[in-house]
Design a protein around this ligand. Structure first.
Ligand SMILES: [Mg+2]
Length: 368
């Protein structure tokens, strides 16, 4: 008989995890990371999704999203996504409301795959056998010793052939130190490894061009958010002036956001964060927009949420193996992935996205 379960229960928990060292990029500093985790149950099967966002997300789940999802057919993720998107019109689809809508969407996809007994990437339809990742961290607060240890860990211990560091320290006021750190990074990783930099919007247009031009001998392969990602004209101007690929898109919330990155020719690679933009459902639509402009996409942060969708995305370049999120996901879950060699391969035997919450380990960080 056809199995057609319905969602019975939606629950949310919030955890704040201190960083393992003070961290900053070009435009913000932090000493902890907050994860909002959503679990959705049908019978004795539970799907799990999460986002990195403020504790206020929990109230959005309980007051707005859970009532829309409860009682819906587990198989009809699209219907739940559509209902949630329409319902949050007045609450703000962009920002934290969209972040936690994304977590619910991921939990629904995970639940559907688990109900069907399939790994999520098989349900979505794999187009590749593994997903390339790049090591990401290199915070501006790191000492040369800390930076060296992190870069050596990725490139030498784990054999990941691409890494990213933060530049644009203190809103672009320390360009000499940015250049020193780029030089140090290239020295450590050698010539065969790709070097990415991310300014998180810290520079002005001309300054961004000057800095990356001054670093030419160290070959920067990827220049992320050299200026604010709201400055589409600036991104295009920089893209036309530098050899590195220009990337942005991590704050993209709606399909219009992603369309504008493409139609204004602002980026060489479109970044998409499915834990922010509307989950797995919206990831594929955003990736299709990029494909229609002959652009590749790259998954931003929350690597274990992206791995399965990335397996099923033809125009994927890679995923960001972000230090903070990798650390938290390894602390909280069984079934995390191994990036050794520079790529991850989801477990073909594990249903859903394969993550299993170790509730007792997470509990000490719980704030809601
Ligand atoms: Mg970034």
């Amino acid at each position: 008989m056809f199995l057609d379960p319905v969602v019975e229960d939606v629950s949310v928990a919030v955890y704040t995890v201190p960083t393992d060292a003070p961290e900053a990029d070009g435009t913000i500093a932090w000493n902890s990371t907050t994860m909002v985790l959503v679990q959705i149950r049908a019978g004795n099967v539970t799907g799990l999704g999460f986002t990195y966002g403020p504790v206020a997300c929990a109230a959005v789940v309980e007051d707005v999203l859970a009532p829309l999802v409860r009682g819906r057919a587990v198989l009809d993720v699209g219907g739940a996504h559509d209902a949630m998107t329409k319902a949050v019109r007045n609450d703000g689809r962009r920002g934290a409301v969209g972040y936690v809508l994304s977590a619910v969407d991921v939990a629904l996809w995970d639940l559907k795959a688990r109900v069907l007994g399939l790994p999520l990437y098989r349900l979505l339809g794999a187009v590749r056998a593994e997903v390339a990742v790049y090591g990401s961290g290199g915070f501006t607060t790191y000492s040369p010793e800390q930076l060296a240890a992190q870069l050596n860990g990725w490139t030498h211990d784990q054999a990941i052939p691409r890494v990213k560091i933060k530049i644009g320290e203190s809103w672009g006021t320390c360009p000499d130190r940015d250049l020193e750190r780029i030089a140090q990074a290239r020295e450590i990783i050698g010539q065969d490894c790709a070097l990415f930099v991310d300014a998180n919007g810290a520079y002005t247009r001309n300054q961004a061009i000057r800095v990356v031009s001054a670093a030419a001998e160290h070959r920067v392969d990827w220049f992320e958010e050299p200026v604010s990602s709201d400055d589409l004209d600036g991104l295009r101007e920089i893209r036309n002036a530098v050899g590195a690929d220009v990337a942005a898109g991590e704050y993209g919330s709606t399909l219009d956001d992603f369309r504008l990155f493409c139609t204004t020719q602002a980026v060489d690679v479109l970044q998409i964060d499915l834990s922010r933009c509307g989950g797995i459902t919206e990831w594929f639509r955003a990736a299709a927009i990029a494909a229609a402009h002959h652009l590749e996409v790259s998954g931003h942060c929350a690597p274990h949420l992206h791995a399965h969708a990335a397996m099923a995305t033809p125009n994927l370049r890679h995923l960001e193996w972000f230090h903070d999120h990798v650390r938290i996901e390894n602390l909280f879950f069984d079934g995390t992935l191994d990036p050794r060699g520079g790529s991850v391969r989801p477990d073909p035997q594990a249903p859903g996205h394969g993550l299993v919450l170790r509730a007792a380990d997470a509990e000490r960080y719980r704030i809601y």
